[in-house]
Design a protein around this ligand. Structure first.
Ligand code: ADP
Ligand code: ADP
Ligand code: ZN
Ligand code: ZN
Length: 955
C-alpha cells in the first residue's frame, strides 16, 4: 500500500515541508502549541481531502462551494476519503441527546414499536390488540339466542351531511344504518344537518347468536372491520337487557371506545408531533410567567413600578390599571401587598365582570373608551410574548419567566401513551434515563422468545453494539437522555468517535484533535484501544495529541517545531517512537526520554488561614459532600471522567461565589451552603471559550493594546495634518476602514448546511483599511502592518511606548509571542484563547484576593507549554490569589498545594470525595485512582519524589 506523500506544505506557519506518512497506521502529530499541528492535520491534509471530495460533486453542488480555497501545498498523494473528529460542537439543537446522536434512541424507538407492550397510562393495565379470530370468539361468548346487530362505525362525531358515506354503503348492498342512535333505511331520503356532529354505524347484519350461525357471524365481523378500518361494534339484546361492545383490530383501552395509538417509531419520538408531549412540544420544559418576577417586591405600589413589566409612566399601562383600581377600589399608590387576594387573582388571571376603560394618549389628541373583560396580566404578557416580532421584547419578557419542568410529562418529553409502553417492565423513558453501563446490563439480560426474538434480535444487536462503543471510549457513565448541549467538548468528540467505530468504514483517513481531553489516565488505555481498533479495521488515523501514553503507542510520530508560530512549522523529527527518542532537537523526544520535566515546587503553600467551604453539595451525582479549598493556594480537582468535577466547580462553586461576590444571576446547583468567602473580592472563570466570536476580535483588542496604538497613530504629524482621529484607525466604525468588508478583511459566506466560510475581501485584499488610512505610517509601518506583526516583533517595535509594551510583555510571558496582534479570534485555539485571558489578568493591578477557576487548562498544550502555564498560575498564587482548577495532567497535579479527588467512578458510582489533602496525602489513599497514578509519576520523576519527602501528609 502506498504512503501518503505531502510535498511543499505552507499553510499558516508551515515551512514548505515534505512528509511521507504510512497508511493504515496510527500517526500522532506532536509539538508545542502553535507549532503547526492543526495546520498540518486539519488545514492541509483534511482540507485537501475535503476539497477533492467537493470536486467530485456535481457542478450544481459545487457552485455553492466553489470558493473553497485549495490549501497551500504543492501536492498530496495517496489520500483517502477523510473524516475529521473535532471537539467543536456545532450541535446547538436543544432537542439532541446522547441517544439521538448515537442513533441508539432511534433503534430503541424501533424496538419499542416492534415488541413494546402498551399499558393504560392511568390504570397501568395491559392493552392488547384483538385479532379477527379473537373478536369472533368474544362475540360467540355472548348469551345464546340473543339478537345481535353487527355494526361498522364509519363516522364518529364528525360534522357534515355525509352523503357520500351513505351513498357508498347503499351501493355496497347494505340496507340499514344507525344514525345518531336511530336505525334508518338507507333507501329513504336521509338528510343530515351539516352543522351538527353525527355518528353513523352501517348495519352489516342482524342475526341470532347460535353456533351454527358462526360462519355468517364471522363474515359480518370481517366486513364490518373492513368497512370501518379495523373497528366494529356489536349490539346485543338477550331479551332482558340491551348492551353494546366495541372491538378493534388496533390497540384499544379496555372497556372504552378510545383507541390507543398504533405502536410505530414516531410515537416514541419527542421530535415528532405524534409522539411529543403536547404540553411542551417534546422539550420537557416549559417557560411560564413567574409571579415572583412580575411582582418582585409586593411592598411597592403600581406607581413605584411594583408590577415590573408595567411602566407607570406609560399611558397605556396606567389607563388599564386605573380602570382596574376604580373597579375594584384600590389605589395605584398603595403597596401591592395591600390589594386583597381575590382582586389580585382577577388582576393576574382576568376579570369576570366587564370593566370601563378610558384611554387618553399623551398629547390628549386621542381618546377612546371601551367596556370589556380584563384578560389578566398573565394572558396579556403571554399574548405580547407570542405576537411580538421584536427579539429584544421577547428577551425582555423572558426575564419575567421561569423555565420549569413540564407538568404534563414531568420532563419526560413524550405523550403519556408512549411512556406507558414497556419492555420487560421498563418504558422508553426509564431506559433512556439509564447510564450506558446500566443499559448494557438491561439489554444483555433481556430474554426474548419466539417471534419476538426473530423480530428484535437485529435491532437489539445494533443497540448493544453502540452501547459498547460508548463504553469503549470511556463514556459508560453518560445517560442516553443527556442533552447534547450539556456535554463537554471531549465527551462530544468521544461520542463521535464511538459512532465512527459503529459505521465500520474501511480505508478512511480519520483526523482527530486531542481525543484524550477530559479523560483520566485510568481511562486513557481504553481510548487508545479504540484508536487501535479503528486502525486495525484498515483505516489511517492522524491524531494531534500531547498525551504521553498515546505518543508511546503511535506507529509513527511527526514532531513539529522547534518553536511556535513563526518559529515553528518545521518537521523536527518524524518516524517511529525510537526515531523521536534518538532525536536531539526534539522537545517531545527530550520529554519522552525523561531529560526534562516540570520542576516541582520546593514546598507546598500552607495557604492562608481562610478556607472556602462547600457543604452538602448534591447537584447531579454529587452525594451530599463537603469540600474545602485553602485560600491563597493552588488547588486541583481530580477524578475520573463523570465523577462530578465540573458539577462541583461550574454548577456550584462558580455560580454561588459569583452571585455573592460579583452580584451576578447564575443558576446555582444544589448545595446547602458555601462559606468562607470573607477574604475574596471577586471570582474569575478563565475558560477556553473564544475571546470573540467575529474575525474582528483579536489579541490586541482583547487585552486593550489596540487603543494606545490607535492613539499613537492619531498623534502622528501626518494624521494631525489630515485631521485623523483615533477612530480613523478602528476597523469597527466607519471612516478609515474598508467598507466592502466593514473592516473585517474577510467576508462571511453562509454555507447553509456547512459551517460558514470566510473569504478574503476583494477590495482591500484583507488589509481592512482604506488606502488613505494605510498611507499613515509609524516607523515605516501602516496600521495594517502593525496588526500583521507577531507579539514578539511588536514588543521590539514598540519598546519605547510603555503603555503598549507592558501589555505585550504579559502576552510574551504566557508564551504567546508567536501570535499576530491582529490574528482573528476565530483562528485561536482554545488553549491560546485561555492564555490571552490569563495574560489580561496578569496585566491588571492585583488585589491578591481574586479566586481564579480554570477547567483543564492544559488542553492543547505541549509539555513545554504546560510549564509556561504553570509559571503564570503560580505567579498569580504567589500574589496571594487563589486558583482552583480541574486537571488530569500529572505534572500539574503534582504541583498542587491541595487536591480534591472525586469519585471513585463516574456517574452514579461517583460523586464522593475519595481523598482530600496534599499530593503526598492523596498517594496514601488506596481507593484513589489519582493517587495511584501520581505515585507512578513520582517514581518516574525522582526530583518530584524529593519534594514528597519534604511534605508530610495531612488530613
Ligand atoms: P497547533 O495546532 O500546533 O497548536 P496551529 O496549526 O493551530 O498550531 O497554528 C500554527 C500557527 O498558525 C500559529 O501561529 C497560529 O496562530 C497560526 N494560525 C492558525 N490558524 C490560522 C489562521 N486561520 N490564519 C492565520 N494563522 C493561523
Ligand atoms: P466530570 O466533570 O468529573 O467529568 P461531571 O460533573 O460532568 O463530571 O458529571 C458528573 C455526573 O453528572 C455524570 O454522571 C454526568 O453525566 C452528570 N451530569 C453532568 N452534567 C449534567 C447535566 N447538565 N444534566 C444531567 N446530568 C449531568
Ligand atoms: Zn411535556
Ligand atoms: Zn475589505
Amino acid at each position: 500500500m502506498s504512503n501518503i506523500i505531502i510535498k511543499g506544505a505552507r499553510v499558516h506557519n508551515l515551512k514548505n515541508i515534505d512528509l511521507e506518512l504510512p497508511r493504515d497506521r496510527l500517526i500522532v502529530i506532536s509539538g508545542l502549541s502553535g507549532s503547526g499541528k492543526s495546520s498540518l492535520a486539519f488545514d492541509t491534509v483534511f482540507a485537501e481531502g475535503q476539497r477533492r471530495y467537493v470536486e467530485s460533486l456535481s457542478a450544481y453542488a459545487r457552485q455553492f462551494l466553489g470558493r473553497m480555497d485549495k490549501p497551500d501545498v504543492d501536492y498530496i498523494e495517496g489520500l483517502s476519503p477523510a473524516i475529521s473528529i473535532e471537539q467543536k460542537t456545532t450541535n446547538r439543537n436543544p432537542r439532541s441527546t446522547v441517544g439521538t446522536i448515537t442513533e441508539i434512541y432511534d433503534y430503541l424507538r424501533l424496538l419499542f414499536a416492534r415488541i413494546g407492550i402498551p399499558h393504560d397510562p392511568v390504570s397501568g393495565e395491559v392493552i392488547e390488540k384483538q385479532s379477527v379470530d379473537q373478536i369472533i370468539e368474544k362475540v360467540l361468548e355472548q348469551p345464546e339466542e340473543s339478537k345481535l346487530m353487527v355494526l361498522a362505525p364509519v363516522i364518529r362525531g364528525r360534522k357534515g351531511e355525509h352523503k357520500k358515506v351513505l351513498e357508498d354503503a347503499k351501493r355496497a348492498g347494505f340496507v340499514r344504518a344507525r344514525i345518531d342512535g336511530e336505525v334508518l333505511q338507507l333507501e329513504d331520503d336521509i338528510s343530515l344537518d351539516k352543522k351538527k356532529k353525527h355518528d353513523i354505524d352501517v348495519v352489516i347484519d342482524r342475526l341470532i347468536n347460535r353456533v351454527d350461525n358462526r360462519a355468517r357471524i364471522a363474515e359480518a365481523i370481517e366486513q364490518a372491520l373492513e368497512l370501518a378500518s379495523g373497528l366494529m361494534k356489536l349490539y346485543v339484546n338477550d331479551g332482558e337487557r340491551e348492551y353494546e361492545l366495541s372491538f378493534s383490530e388496533h390497540l384499544f383501552y379496555p372497556n372504552s371506545t378510545v383507541s390507543f395509538p398504533e405502536l410505530e417509531p414516531r410515537l416514541f419520538s419527542f421530535n415528532n408531533p405524534f409522539g411529543a408531549c403536547p404540553g411542551c412540544s417534546g422539550l420537557g420544559t416549559t417557560k411560564e410567567f413567574d409571579f415572583d418576577k412580575i411582582i418582585p417586591d409586593p411592598s411597592l405600589s403600581f406607581d413605584e413600578r411594583g408590577f415590573a413589566p408595567y411602566n407607570p409612566d406609560s399611558n397605556w399601562a396606567r389607563s388599564k390599571f386605573q380602570a382596574l383600581a376604580d373597579h375594584f377600589g384600590f389605589r395605584l399608590d398603595e403597596p401591592i401587598s395591600r390589594i386583597p387576594s381575590s382582586v389580585m387573582d382577577a388582576i393576574l388571571h382576568g376579570t369576570k365582570d366587564e370593566i370601563e376603560f378610558h384611554y387618553v394618549n399623551k398629547n390628549q389628541t386621542g381618546h377612546f373608551e371601551y367596556r370589556g373583560r380584563f384578560e389578566g396580566i398573565v394572558r396579556d404578557l403571554e399574548r405580547r410574548y407570542r405576537e411580538s416580532s421584536s427579539a429584544g421584547i421577547r428577551e425582555w419578557l423572558e426575564g419575567f419567566m421561569t423555565m420549569s419542568r413540564c407538568v404534563q410529562c414531568g420532563g419526560k418529553r413524550l405523550r403519556p401513551e408512549a411512556l406507558a409502553v414497556r419492555i420487560q417492565g421498563q418504558g422508553i423513558y426509564e431506559i433512556s434515563e439509564m447510564s450506558v453501563r446500566d443499559a448494557l446490563v438491561f439489554f444483555r439480560q433481556l430474554e426474548l422468545h419466539g417471534s419476538q426474538k426473530a423480530i428484535a434480535s437485529q435491532i437489539l444487536k445494533e443497540i448493544l453494539d453502540r452501547l459498547s462503543f460508548m463504553e469503549s471510549v470511556g463514556l459508560e457513565y453518560l445517560s442516553l437522555n443527556r442533552t447534547a448541549g450539556t456535554l463537554s467538548g471531549g465527551e462530544a468528540q468521544r461520542i463521535r468517535l464511538a459512532t465512527q467505530i459503529g459505521s465500520q468504514l474501511v480505508g478512511v483517513l480519520y483526523v482527530l484533535d486531542e481525543p484524550s481531553i477530559g479523560l483520566h489516565q485510568r481511562d486513557n488505555e481504553r481510548l487508545i484501544h479504540t484508536l487501535e481498533h479503528l486502525r486495525d479495521l484498515g483505516n489511517t488515523l492522524i491524531v494531534v495529541e500531547h498525551d504521553e501514553q498515546t505518543l508511546r503507542t503511535a506507529d509513527y510520530i511527526v514532531d513539529l517545531g522547534p518553536g511556535a508560530g513563526v518559529h515553528g512549522g518545521h518537521v523536527v523529527a518524524a518516524g517511529p517512537l525510537q526515531t523521536i527518542l534518538d532525536s536531539s532537537g526534539s522537545l517531545t523526544g527530550q520529554y519522552l526520554r525523561g531529560d526534562i520535566f516540570l520542576t516541582p515546587r520546593e514546598e507546598r503553600r500552607p495557604g492562608k488561614e481562610e478556607w472556602i467551604e462547600i457543604l452538602g453539595a448534591s447537584e447531579h451525582n454529587l452525594q451530599n459532600i463537603d469540600v474545602r479549598f485553602p485560600q491563597g493556594a493552588f488547588t486541583v480537582i481530580t477524578g475520573v471522567s463523570g465523577s462530578g468535577k465540573s458539577t462541583l466547580m461550574s454548577d456550584i462553586l462558580y455560580p454561588r461565589i459569583a452571585n455573592s461576590l460579583n452580584r451576578s444571576h447564575h443558576n446555582e446547583g444544589e448545595a446547602d451552603e458555601v462559606k468562607g468567602l470573607g477574604n475574596l473580592d471577586k471570582i474569575i472563570n478563565i475558560d477556553q471559550s473564544p475571546i470573540g466570536r467575529t474575525p474582528r476580535s483579536n489579541p490586541a483588542t482583547y487585552v486593550g493594546l489596540f487603543t494606545p496604538i490607535r492613539d499613537l497613530f492619531a498623534r502622528l504629524p501626518e494624521s494631525r495634518a489630515r485631521g485623523y482621529k483615533p477612530g480613523r484607525f478602528s476597523f469597527n466604525v466607519k471612516g478609515g476602514r474598508c467598507e466592502n468588508c466593514e473592516g473585517a478583511g474577510t467576508n462571511k459566506i453562509e454555507m447553509h448546511f456547512l459551517p460558514d466560510v470566510y473569504v478574503t475581501c476583494d477590495v482591500c485584499k484583507g488589509k481592512r483599511f482604506n488606502r488613505e488610512t494605510l498611507e499613515i505610517q509609524y516607523k515605516g509601518k501602516s496600521i495594517h502592518d502593525v496588526l500583521e506583526m507577531t507579539i514578539e516583533e511588536a514588543a521590539d517595535f514598540f519598546s519605547s511606548i510603555p503603555a503598549v509594551h507592558r501589555k505585550l510583555d504579559t502576552l510574551l510571558s504566557v508564551g504567546l509571542g508567536y501570535l499576530k496582534l491582529g490574528q482573528s479570534a476565530l483562528t485561536l485555539s482554545g488553549g491560546e484563547a485561555q492564555r490571552v485571558k490569563l495574560s489580561l489578568e496578569l496585566s491588571k493591578r492585583s488585589t491578591g484576593k481574586t479566586l481564579y477557576i480554570l477547567d483543564e487548562p492544559t488542553t492543547g498544550l505541549h509539555f513545554a507549554d504546560v510549564q509556561l502555564l504553570m509559571n503564570v498560575i503560580q505567579r498569580l498564587v504567589d500574589k496571594g490569589n487563589t486558583v482552583i482548577l480541574i486537571e488530569h495532567n500529572l505534572d500539574v497535579i503534582s504541583q498542587a498545594d491541595w487536591i480534591v479527588d472525586l469519585g471513585p467512578e463516574g456517574g452514579d458510582k461517583g460523586g464522593n470525595v475519595v481523598a482530600m489533602g496534599t499530593p503526598e496525602h492523596i498517594m496514601t489513599v488506596e481507593e484513589s485512582h489519582t493517587g495511584r497514578f501520581l505515585e507512578d509519576h513520582y517514581r518516574n520523576h525522582p526530583a518530584a519524589a524529593l519534594n514528597a519527602a519534604v511534605n508530610s501528609p495531612e488530613e
